[in-house]
Design a binder for this molecule. Sequence first.
Ligand code: URA
Length: 211
Amino acid sequence: MSDTQAAQELERLAELASTCTACGLAATRTNVVFGDGSTRAQVMFIGEGPGRNEDLQGLPFVGAAGQLLNQLLSEIGLQRSDAYIANVVKCRPPGNRDPRPDEIAACKGYLVDQIRLIDPTVVMTLGNFATKLLLKEERGITRLRGRAYPWWNRIVIPTFHPAAALRGGASVLASMREDFALTRATLDGRPEPRSEPEAAGHPVEQLELFG
Ligand code: URA
């Protein structure tokens, strides 16, 4: 598929999503936050779900967590506009509660199509929800981060959610910097500098995201 076709297809999907009523979050949202960034990005980020600012503006990661994400990107020589940013759920859960399994399931098709159309080399999952959705893992982000997982001919690099770094302080931020450096090294084709090696994910089960 050409770049133009992929961009057109993404626009069509965003249009479709803008009137989506597949789950209860449709009733309380201001805007659907479909995604933002380069449709040809080599790196895609997947967060949890829109917060208040995102819901109001219709764009992902525009608040304090977004500023941290922009900073971490700049530290590995990338701008936000080089990346593509999306969320597990496209509508704000009221009061920023966790997204529910039925809401995640109802929204999953959009994310699958976004990954397929953007076709990134590296997917960075931000926090537990995105990481567990892609890697089909019970273990939490603290255990899973720090390494790269082969996933559908791509690389998934899990890291903390930026909001956790804003809450959790220096050690969370230091871990995120390591994970972003791993993304840089992966894009550059350098061997992985690994911090805490964990057993690999389960590639066969991971396929279920697309199944
Ligand atoms: N947190 C998320 O997970 N996504 C956003 O878009 C903003 C904050």
